[in-house]
Every structure is written in C-alpha cells, then in structure tokens.
Ligand binder design. Structure first.
Ligand SMILES: Cc1cc2nc3c(=O)[nH]c(=O)nc-3n(C[C@H](O)[C@H](O)[C@H](O)COP(=O)(O)OP(=O)(O)OC[C@H]3O[C@@H](n4cnc5c(N)ncnc54)[C@H](O)[C@@H]3O)c2cc1C
Length: 351
C-alpha cells in the first residue's frame, strides 16, 4: 500500500479521496472544518466538471438537486442586455450539495482526521495540497514567495428564497462594479463585486451588504430587489485572493490540486470545476502509473490549461470591472448589440 496524505477535505480533496483505488492506496484526509458547511452559494458546473462528477459517480445526484442555468445576458447597469449567452447544459450546484455528495462518495477505508495542520503531517508519503488558496502545503514546500495575493475587489454573494425571473438573469456591468443574478436550488443566487476598502480578512457580512446596497442604489430595479431581500445569514463576503503562477504543481513527493495550485478570480466561474478536474485526473494517473510518472503527467496535463484559465479570468475581471475604460467598453458593446440587431432584422427580412 502507498501512503497518500491529502491536506484539505474541500472540493478537490474529497474528489481525489473518492477516486483513488482503496486497494492500492492508504489515504488520509486532514480537514480543519469539523463538519460539512451548511451555507454556501451556487457554483456553475461546466461540461468538464460534469464529466469529473460522472467519474466520481455522482453526476446523476448532482443534476437532480441543481437547476439548469439556461440563458443569461451581459447587461449594462440599467439592465439592458448587450449579449445573450445560452448556458446549454450548465447547471448551478450549491456548494453545500457538492461537498455533501463528494463526501458520500469517499470510501470507508479513507481515514479522516479533523485537524488544522500547521505543518506537513509525519510519515506523509505522497502529500497532496488540496488546502485552498492559502495553502499551508504550498507555503511549506514551494516557499512563502508563493503566498496568495489579495486583489482590490470584494466578492459578496448569497441566495434569496424568491424564484429567479428568467428576464433578469445575467451579469450587470457598471462602472467598476458587477452584479450577477442566476437560478439556485429553490430560489435565486446572486453575486456582486467592486473595489472595496473592507477586509482583507474577517469582513462583516452585514457591513458588506450595506455597502452593496449603497453601491448599487442607482442600478437596475432587479438588483435593488435582490439586495433588499438579502440577509447576512444567507450571504458571504470576502476579498478575492489569487495565487501566483507556479513553474510546476509537483515538487518531490508533494503535489498541488485545486485553488492551492491555481486560485483564480471568479469571473469565469471555473475554479471549482478545474479543482474537480485536477482531482480526477490525478487520481486516474496515480491509479494507473508509477508515482513519478503519474505526477509528471498530471503537471503536463493541468498546469498550462489552468494557467490559461487564470489569465482569461483576470482579463474578464478587468473588462467587467472597468472604471476609466467603462465608457469605451460600453460604447463597443452598444455597437456590437446594434450590429447584431441589424443582422437579425436583415436575415428575418430575407426569409
Ligand atoms: C466569489 C467566488 C465565486 C466563485 N464562483 C465559482 C463558480 O461559479 N464556479 C466555480 O467552478 N468556481 C467558483 N469559485 C471558485 C471555487 O470556490 C474554488 O475554486 C474552489 O472552492 C476550490 O476548491 P478547493 O477544494 O481547491 O479549495 P477549498 O474549497 O478552499 O477547500 C480547501 C479545504 O482545505 C481545508 N484546509 C485549508 N487549510 C487546511 C489546513 N492547514 N489543515 C486542514 N485543512 C485545511 C479547508 O477547510 C477547506 O475545506 C468561486 C470563488 C469565489 C471566491
């Protein structure tokens, strides 16, 4: 039996523990949270994440508890749509449901230790840093120079019980702020981001909600209604943190997965999805190859792809939260909308 120590029993850590061959690996998951969380917002599950959920064996259950996201629009602050995107089979899964289902897929043979590790565990064998953006494993093995970097933006998000109005779904881009409205299981999921002086740690959710209500007071009525219904108990507030690029996700007998390897801005909604893909990719390689070959293949398959997504996500954040460039951005998007409308009319007239 080979020893695998997984630090962090979040999305990536649980998915990995669920997929490693129990006959071949002696797996321990170290998790500081004493129990699964009860509050969490919605994560968009892209096709690659859905394939990873199928590999874990929970795709059917995940679909059963998650609404299909359908189409949504990129809009200006007043709510007028610039462009509509069809989400296809994308579904929005509550983080609470995702963690619960992943947890239930972990074999009984996996040892669970409830502890906040301050250093690598003794006799750790292969140590997997699945411990999120502020990863202790990354700090201990890759060095403090790789510590997470705080962004100037805050992310405030939550759910409200009112059903979502399909006419209002989408992302509203203002001057230096954005607001999103989507379906959640049994209600509406919302999120907002803007440059804020709150934090960087220990942000009071009620205070963040007050700041949001002021910030979005002149925006579309749909936003104001969502914020009027939002309560601190069903909301979260945090500054956005990202990790610097790493030359490799593998060092000796340590490997990073999920946010520990590549925490990105949330603007493409890909962090959790890529964490799932990391986990199943690493598990399948470890199950089928000698360890050194498996780790090298994992690094090859995952590092550049996740780096590209991190860059794309950061670029998306700059466009969505544009301040000085906002008039130019809006002008270009208005132009694109008028062109699309004219093209639609012309093709309709030709029929
Ligand atoms: C505002 C916002 C919106 C987002 N929206 C989306 C979205 O729509 N779609 C999407 O795909 N992604 C989204 N993401 C990204 C997603 O949340 C993360 O990418 C994902 O949670 C990463 O999973 P993980 O398992 O790597 O890390 P985490 O979820 O952070 O889990 C790490 C685990 O390790 C534990 N841990 C940490 N340190 C230790 C230690 N020293 N000892 C023991 N245990 C430890 C923690 O308790 C935690 O359980 C969003 C992120 C933010 C901030």
């Amino acid at each position: 039996m080979e020893t695998v120590s997984i630090v962090g029993g979040g999305i990536a850590g649980l998915a990995l523990a669920a997929c490693l061959e129990p006959d071949r690996f002696e797996v321990t998951v170290y998790e500081k949270r004493p129990e699964l969380p009860m509050v969490g917002t919605v994560l968009a599950m892209w096709p690659n994440a859905q394939r990873a959920l199928a590999r874990v064996g929970i795709l059917g259950q995940a679909r059963a508890v998650s609404p299909v996201l359908g189409s949504g629009s990129i809009r200006n602050a007043a709510g007028e749509p610039w462009a509509t995107v069809n989400g296809g089979e994308l579904f929005g899964m509550s983080r609470v449901d995702l963690l619960r289902l992943l947890d239930s897929a972990v074999p009984a043979a996996v040892r669970r230790v409830a502890v906040h590790l301050q250093a690598l565990p003794d006799d750790h064998g292969l140590v997997v840093g699945a411990d999120g953006v502020h990863s202790m494993v990354r700090r201990e093995v890759w060095g403090a120079g790789t510590n997470a970097r705080v962004q100037s933006c805050i992310a405030v998000r939550g759910t409200i019980p009112a059903p979502v109005n399909p006419e209002e779904v989408g992302e509203y881009w203002g001057r230096g702020d954005l607001f999103g409205i989507a379906a959640s299981p049994g209600g509406t999921n919302w999120y907002a981001s803007w440059r804020s002086d709150l934090g960087p740690t220990g942000i009071d959710v009620a205070q963040a909600l007050d700041q949001a209500r002021l910030r979005f007071a002149g925006h579309a009525p749909a936003i104001r209604q969502v914020l009027a219904a939002a309560v601190p108990e069903l909301s979260l507030a945090q500054r956005i943190w990202t990790t610097p690029p790493l030359r490799s996700y593998v060092r000796g007998t340590a490997v990073l997965v999920g946010d520990a390897a590549h925490a990105m801005t949330p603007n493409l909604g890909r962090g959790a999805c890529e964490s799932l893909v990391d986990a199943v990719t690493l598990a399948d390689l470890l199950n089928s190859l000698p360890q050194d070959k498996a780790l090298a293949a994992y690094n090859r398959q995952r590092r550049l792809r996740t780096r590209a997504l991190s860059l794309a996500s950061a670029a998306m954040m700059r466009v969505a939260l544009a301040e000085r460039a906002q008039p130019l951005r809006d002008g270009l998007l208005n132009l694109a909308r008028r062109r699309n409308e004219r093209a639609g009319v012309a093709s309709g007239a030709g029929r």
